[in-house]
Design a protein around this ligand. Structure first.
Ligand code: ADP
Ligand code: ZN
Ligand code: ZN
Length: 706
């Protein structure tokens, strides 16, 4: 019998154990490994090839325990894990164990059996309750009348196999479509299950409320569960068991939920499918969006991706079928409600504003008008802290981090210099550490300084009732405490805030009803970044931010999105003004095609961390030169472009030197096979003398950040 355990080496595959009884594949077991006991999953019998020596059963250790209270994990689940491991170049054991709730590792079969029994009892009670209490039928919420665009999208969904890309403007009612499609799928059989993924934990409570309100009256209180890293271990286990047993009909979760065991999965929804949070940035660097599409195909479940600003990959896949498109595009261009038109985009040419102004006079004026009318404004800047760097006017000293190739950020609130990469924090020095000058000052600005400046600029203003203007800030610094984001958002929703300042955290997803003005203070940086995905991310962010404004159909004044820029005629801002994502996507795709970049090619990065930059690059370059001599790589070698190793954009973090090497291919399959065949060489390379000082390496397939 073969068992997968959480092996840490990428090479480790299955381990073998004996068992008294035959155990079906997918059974969860506990197995001894050295002195420890680990959770394992029984895998299929490996085909014995001629060069595998037969195993001697007397040398194998027995399985320690079988978690037979649980049904084995399905063949679909195991295939998904196997595919993810192979595609993202990790071991199946690592992917499988990361996908299971941590508490399964500690719980005994007996405890598990008790838990399940208790659960079954409470479920029985819950099911019995409606009859005895004669639950009134009005508990099932009344449904809104669909817009013609929603009706059409749902009709197309019902009549076609998918996968679908729901391309709907912000506020076009995509969530309503997700719920109707889920309802149709749930109604189609007694057991069918639906998985709904969102990019951020912060967005789950709002969504969970909406889904519970819609579905719990009909399917029971336990029919909707959530799955994300913010749950306690016990909650995570409970959700997982509910999904695995089929009791949960709807699972809402973040990217990890793509691995939820759902025996009757019939629909996967991926909301905000363009969001980079769907890509894991450590361990197996999987894309939950891409795995959702694979899983849907594997299990015969429908897949519904949704976004107002789709990823260029998904957009390209949803081109007309006649041109080779594989996804069906469902379009909802209009916002719900007659007055809820998209905001007017206004560009402020910063070349013609007073030098050094942060908030230009016309923008300040517009915010002031909102305050007088009792409306809310949202101002965002993608940099937290007070100022990104502190500098000495006399000797040019700057607040470098001693451990990273980056500046430490000045946080005024506790007068610290903090490194946002390694966390290194010190009190702000009174004088320049190099020359002793007292003339050290912050350069540039972050949200903390923006909040301060706004408070100053608006201090002479008052609200309609004569009281003082209320400014609030939401960013990673103000939301460290559990529950603090929720309470701050609640304040915005209830109208206790006039001007909200924050990072991109506030630009995503939230359904703020009273905001009529959104402003991007300084978005230009992303126009000229070396990362080819940077314009795509900027456009998406600005469209999403604009989408926060004017969501209240009862407000008749047109809402506005302000962009302060030194490049007002840049084509990206032109298409933003038209709210024209298709035009933006078309121009980007032309550029990508000419440059041979994704989605017209496929990429992988090999990253290396080492004590010295030389060692990190030596590892990558030796691995690269080894390729040409390897017979097993020969069939794919000519389809792969290997670029030289380069330092990462932030070269040193916490005293670790980082380098990376890009691989590119016009063929996904060729890249895949090449990487699989190349892995053993990468492992062997480690022990070469020139790689001394190498700490670790990893492969990132379909990387998002280059
Ligand atoms: P999106 O996800 O596309 O940004 P939402 O699904 O959040 O949009 O919908 C925006 C608002 O419109 C929500 O408050 C929602 O309840 C409401 N809404 C959606 N569909 C309808 C409809 N058919 N009639 C009335 N209101 C609707
Ligand atoms: Zn100095
Ligand atoms: Zn640092």
């Amino acid at each position: 019998m073969l068992v997968h355990t959480p092996a840490h080496s990428q090479m480790a595959g299955t381990l073998s154990y004996t068992s008294e009884h035959a155990l079906p594949p997918g059974t969860l077991v506990r197995v001894p490994l050295g002195q420890r006991e680990l959770l394992g999953v029984v895998w299929e019998q490996q085909p014995i090839s001629d060069d595998t020596p037969p195993m001697d059963p007397s040398k194998l250790r027995p399985v320690a325990a079988v978690l037979d209270a649980l049904a084995p994990l399905s063949v679909h689940w195991r295939t998904l894990i196997h595919f993810a491991a192979s595609y993202y170049q990790r071991s199946a054991g690592e992917v499988a164990l990361a996908a299971l709730p941590p508490q399964l590792r500690d719980i005994s079969s007996l405890q598990l059996a008790r838990k399940l029994k208790k659960k079954a009892k409470s479920q029985l009670k819950a099911q019995a309750a409606p009859a005895t209490d004669a639950t009134p039928p009005q508990d099932i919420p009344e449904l809104v009348a669909l817009t013609p665009e929603q009706t059409r999208a749902i009709g197309q969904f019902d009549d076609n196999p998918g996968p679908f890309l729901l391309f709907g403007a912000t506020g076009s009612g995509k969530t309503e479509v997700f719920m109707r499609c889920a309802a149709d799928v749930l109604a189609s059989s007694d057991s069918s299950q639906v998985l709904v993924m969102v990019p951020e934990i912060n967005l789950t409570p709002q969504l969970e409320e909406r889904f519970k309100a819609r579905f719990c009256a009909q399917y029971g209180l336990e029919a909707v569960v959530s799955m994300h890293s913010g749950l306690t271990p016990a909650q995570r286990l409970a959700s997982w068991l509910a999904a695995h047993s089929g009791n949960a009909r709807i699972v809402l979760g973040t990217r990890m939920a793509v691995f939820a065991s759902m025996p009757h999965l019939a629909l996967i929804v991926v909301d905000e499918e363009h969001d980079p949070s769907y890509k894991s940035q450590d361990g197996a660097r999987y894309s939950a969006r891409d795995l959702a599409v694979y899983r849907g195909k594997l299990e015969g479940a429908k897949v519904l991706l949704g976004s107002a600003t789709p990823s260029l990959e998904s957009w390209y896949h949803s081109r007309p079928a006649a041109e080779g498109g594989r996804y069906m595009r469902l379009e909802m261009p209009s916002r719900v409600g007659a007055n809820a038109i998209l905001p007017l985009v206004r560009r402020v040419d910063m070349n013609h504003q007073p030098k050094g102004s942060v908030i230009s006079p016309p923008l300040l004026d517009a915010i002031g008008q909102r305050i007088t009318r009792g409306e809310q404004s949202m101002v965002f800047l993608n940099r937290r802290g007070y100022a990104p760097v502190l500098s000495c006017a006399d000797c040019d000293w700057k607040s470098n981090c001693p451990h990273c190739s980056a500046f430490r950020v000045f946080h005024k609130i506790d007068r610290t210099l903090r490194c946002h990469h390694c966390g290194f924090t010190e009190r702000v020095p009174r004088a320049c550490p190099d020359c002793g000058s007292l003339d050290i000052a912050p350069v540039g600005r972050g949200t903390e300084r923006l909040e301060e400046q706004l408070a100053l600029l608006l201090s002479s203003m008052s609200r309609p009732d004569g009281s003082a203007v209320r400014i609030a800030r939401i960013d990673a610094d103000t939301t460290k405490l559990k529950g603090s984001l929720e309470s701050q958002l609640a304040q915005v929703h209830s109208g206790e805030v006039d001007v909200l300042v924050g990072t991109q955290m506030i630009a995503k997803g939230h359904d703020f009803r009273r905001i009529t003005l959104v402003a991007a203070i300084n978005p230009d940086g992303a126009l000229f970044s070396s990362d080819f995905r940077s314009p795509e991310r900027l456009f998406g962010l600005l469209m999403q931010a604009a989408g926060r404004a004017g969501r209240d159909a009862s407000n008749t004044s047109r809402s506005e999105m302000w962009v302060q820029t030194f490049h007002p005629t840049h084509p990206l801002y032109e298409t933003l003004k038209q709210h024209d994502y298709p035009a933006f996507a078309a121009s980007q795709l032309v550029e990508r095609q000419q440059a041979g970049m994704p989605p017209f090619s496929f990429q992988a990065l090999v990253r290396a961390d080492a004590r010295t930059q030389e060692a990190a690059q030596a590892f990558l370059n030796s691995a690269s030169s080894a390729c040409d001599g390897l017979a097993e790589l020969a069939p794919w070698r000519e389809h792969i472009t290997l670029y030289p190793a380069v330092p990462m954009s932030i070269q040193r973090v916490a005293n670790v030197e980082r380098a990376q090497m890009l691989l590119e291919s016009p063929s996904r399959a060729a890249l895949q096979r090449f990487l699989n065949a190349w892995q053993p060489t990468l492992h062997a390379m480690r022990s070469q003398p020139q790689c001394k000082g190498l700490l670790r390496w990893a492969i990132d397939v379909d990387p998002l950040l280059i």
